[in-house]
Design a binder for this molecule. Structure first.
Ligand SMILES: [Zn+2]
Length: 341
């Protein structure tokens, strides 16, 4: 047990085996202005240039001490490959979707995911970045890759308010879009796992109970998640933003092995509902403490999360670009001291 590599510790944790200490890392985006200044690799270029993408991601491991390397920095890679127009952003703004390829009020048949998907948009860049990361960090540091999940993909294809209307009035057409997003995501996930990623995170902010009712989530989204978790050929993690307490009973059956939660979802309550069926990841506030708090506030929040039983200590959501590096280091220090006792 004393000589676990970072990768072994993460894999064992996700798969319910005993470990010496809780891993501390991020399954959400890690690009910050501090790290850009240190590496001289900046957004937006670091979203498009595989070497820059790899080096900026590695810096969160080397400079902060996160025990994984995580890519990418946005929720647009798959959506760009599926035909969305992308706003590139800048050093403090993530790349974002600005144009939706389907804009009719009612669902038009969307057909099958193009066979060329894996060579479209930035997907080849992600595959190359993973290979570069592996060459640099070696076999002992886990690589975590993520992408937008099926509900978020559908909301990028058609625009979020349209999608919300379909949840109420166009359930059949809606399902076709969710399935399309899911099919595209599964082939993307498996391509990144084949390229050397060790875990895949499905990030689905639009599936939050803040936007979709728990009943619709259970009836329409859960079956899609079950299918995804079955078909992803590796360790799969789900991240949904906001307070997701209401859908925890559904998520228990989702088949994912890890669930990443924000501070709005109580760690203890999540733990009690999931009963170790899914490992919990989180839930240090990206906005309140990591971005706007002090080192000591982050440190204390980490100790509380560890006491409440988080399986992996992590930011609750993507790091805000202006997050100070020392606040992230507080996470590493808290975990180290907690396990010294
Ligand atoms: Zn989030």
């Amino acid at each position: 047990m004393v000589n676990l590599t970072l990768k072994e510790r993460l894999k064992r944790t996700l798969n319910g085996k005993t470990v010496d200490k809780t891993p501390v890392l991020a399954v959400t985006q890690t690009g910050t202005k501090d790290l850009m200044s240190l590496t001289k690799y900046y957004w937006p270029d670091a979203n498009w240039n595989p070497k820059a993408l790899a080096q900026l991601a590695i810096s969160a491991h080397k400079e902060i001490g996160f025990e994984a390397v995580r890519i990418p920095y946005c929720l647009t890679v798959l959506l760009e490959a599926l035909g969305c127009e992308i706003e590139k952003g800048d050093t403090t703004r993530q790349a974002a979707v600005k144009g939706h390829p389907y804009n009719s009020r009612k669902p038009v048949p969307i057909g099958k995911v193009p066979e060329t998907i894996l060579s479209s948009g930035r997907i080849p860049i992600m595959i190359e970045a993973i290979k570069i990361i592996k060459d640099i960090v070696g076999d002992n540091v886990p690589i975590i890759a993520g992408s937008e999940g099926p509900v978020t993909i559908a909301s990028g294809l058609v625009e979020v308010t349209t999608l919300m209307r379909w949840f109420i009035r166009e359930k059949e057409g809606l399902l076709e879009y969710l399935q399309y997003g899911s099919d595209a995501m599964i082939s993307y996930a498996n391509a990144l796992l084949d390229a050397g990623a060790d875990a895949f995170v499905v990030l689905d902010p639009v599936a939050s109970p803040e936007l979709i009712s728990p009943k619709d989530f259970n009836d329409l989204v859960l079956p899609i998640y079950k299918d995804i978790s079955k078909k992803i050929k590796g360790d799969s993690i789900l991240h949904i933003c906001g307070d997701i307490t209401a859908i925890l009973p559904s998520l228990r059956e989702s088949g994912f092995i890890g669930l990443s939660i924000e501070e709005k979802t109580d760690m203890k309550e999540a733990k009690d509902t999931l009963e170790d069926k899914i490992k919990l990841i989180g839930n240090i506030s990206s906005a309140k403490t990591l971005l706007n708090g002090t080192y000591n506030e982050v440190y204390e929040e980490c100790i509380t999360a560890l006491e409440k039983g988080t399986d992996i200590l992590a930011p609750g959501c993507g790091l805000a670009p202006m997050t100070p590096i020392k606040n992230c280091i507080a996470m590493i220090d808290a975990r180290n001291n907690y396990f010294k006792k």
